[in-house]
Design a protein around this ligand. Structure first.
Ligand code: ADP
Ligand code: ASP
Ligand code: MG
Length: 416
């Protein structure tokens, strides 16, 4: 007998039929004798609608009220699933973030989990054999007694945090794909499903654009050593034998992965914007004068490239920011113009960042150089590059992003 956390995302609970399907997955594990805590997302599209209503109500709105609104989506699903489970003869009770409680800081809209109390759930497993159905994505800031949310995709993080709190044997992330692939299978049909992926690699994949897991959930899994299994909710519950090892992708410690490839996966993101500051005076303190105000404005700068300007006397500084911060970043630089000293700002939002990830890069040289050559043969111009121990990223024209992903996917032998 084991203790399991089962998390179901928006498409998996999109309507009552799918919620019934989820209930059958849950019943299967309960019948196999497991203690089960289920974490659910809002029904597909609901969170987007709630977010849109907040914006429509007022472009600039209080983040506390945004959370009051968007946290409701998960509450509905949790209640509905508990009702359906009860109807199937499974003892179940729904829980909202404040009821557990799942405590967070007060960064409304993107709160971090501080503490999860699983004691009452464990008592009910033991004494009542009761399934807990938990509304994902939401928590409570204790000091102000306000509901918080964990950022988009945050139910993954609720699930992993809960798994750590109740010492679950595994956290199953049920979604609309049957595992983690070498790249987004909806974009590259030749993508291959991975048997296993190391926490660190998944962390990079997620941070660099693969939305299959929220970044913070992987961080938490790594910190608490929670085995995470990404699997399909669309596989028929009746076809799964709970006694056999389940199909999916296991996110685990790298020591558990026998055959390490040099490159594990490729991620891409179109949520980037490029800013180039032309003819900056080449003197000490200029980088600080540029990046200081951006940091103060809470704008995350990612790739940075500096090169000599066309006049040979000054320098050009290029960097990327999230596209949602593009206008704000330009305005921030413009405001600091006299302190920085430059001629003009150029920018582009039609850019994409393509990233290649693999723990094997630590011990293999020349992995990135191969990519630069392959991209140049396709006439794909690289605007900026960043590298770290287990990944490198290139910034290119957005129009070429899919070609670039496919090219690199084949180059590193990842095709099916
Ligand atoms: P959920 O609603 O269940 O949380 P998400 O939409 O957040 O599901 O995440 C699943 C989606 O992630 C898939 O439909 C897929 O298109 C996308 N995705 C992006 N990169 C990958 C990848 N490398 N492997 C699997 N899925 C990926
Ligand atoms: N419903 C929330 C969202 O759409 C949280 C989640 O699904 O994980 O972002
Ligand atoms: Mg998700």
């Amino acid at each position: 007998m084991a203790r399991l956390v089962m998390k179901f995302g928006g498409t998996s609970v999109a309507d009552l039929d799918r919620i019934r399907n989820v209930a059958r997955h849950v019943k299967r594990e309960v019948d196999a004798g497991h203690d089960v805590a289920v974490v659910v997302s809002a029904m597909a599209g609901v969170t987007n609608q709630l977010v849109a209503w907040c914006r429509e109500a007022a472009v600039l709105h209080d983040a506390r009220e945004y959370d009051a609104v968007v946290a409701t989506g998960e509450q509905v699903t949790a209640g509905l699933l508990a009702i359906v489970l009860e109807g199937m003869g499974v003892n179940a009770r729904s829980w909202q973030g404040w009821q557990l409680p799942l405590l967070t800081d007060n960064a409304h809209g993107g709160a971090r989990i501080v503490e999860v109390n699983g004691a009452e759930l464990i008592r009910r497993f033991k004494e009542l054999g009761q399934v807990a159905v938990i509304a994902g994505f939401q928590g409570l800031h204790k000091e102000t007694n306000r509901v918080t949310t964990l950022g988009r995709g945050g139910s993954d993080t609720s699930a992993v945090a809960l798994a750590a709190a109740i010492q679950a044997e595994r956290c199953d992330i049920y979604t609309d794909v049957d595992g983690v692939y070498t790249t987004d299978p909806r974009v590259v049909p030749r993508a291959r499903r991975l048997e296993k992926i190391a926490y660190e690699e998944m962390l990079e994949l997620a941070s660099l654009g693969a939305k299959v897991m929220q970044v913070r959930s992987v961080e938490l899994g790594m910190l608490h050593n929670v085995p995470i299994l990404v699997r399909s909710s669309f596989e028929k519950p009746e076809d799964i034998d709970p006694k056999k090892p389940p199909a999916g992708t296991l996110i685990c410690d790298e020591s558990e992965i026998m055959e390490q490839q040099t490159v594990t996966g490729i991620a891409f993101s179109k949520d980037e914007a490029q800013i180039s500051i032309r003819r900056v005076q080449d003197k000490p303190g200029v980088a600080a004068a540029i990046f200081g105000p951006l940091a103060d404005a809470n704008i995350n700068v990612d790739m940075i490239v500096q090169n000599v300007s066309a006049d040979g006397l000054t320098t050009d500084l290029t960097f990327t920011v999230p596209s949602s911060d593009y206008e704000r970043a330009r305005a921030t630089i413009e405001k600091a113009k006299s302190a920085i000293g430059f001629e003009r700002i150029d920018g582009a939002t039609d850019v994409a960042k393509v990233s290649v990830i693999g723990i094997g890069m630590r011990s293999h040289a020349g992995v990135a150089a191969k990519a630069f050559k392959a991209l140049s043969e396709r006439n794909i111009n690289i605007r900026a590059i960043t590298t770290s121990e287990i990944k490198f990223s290139v910034l290119i024209d957005a129009a070429y992003s899919e070609l670039a992903v496919r090219t690199l996917h084949s180059l590193y032998g990842l095709d099916k």
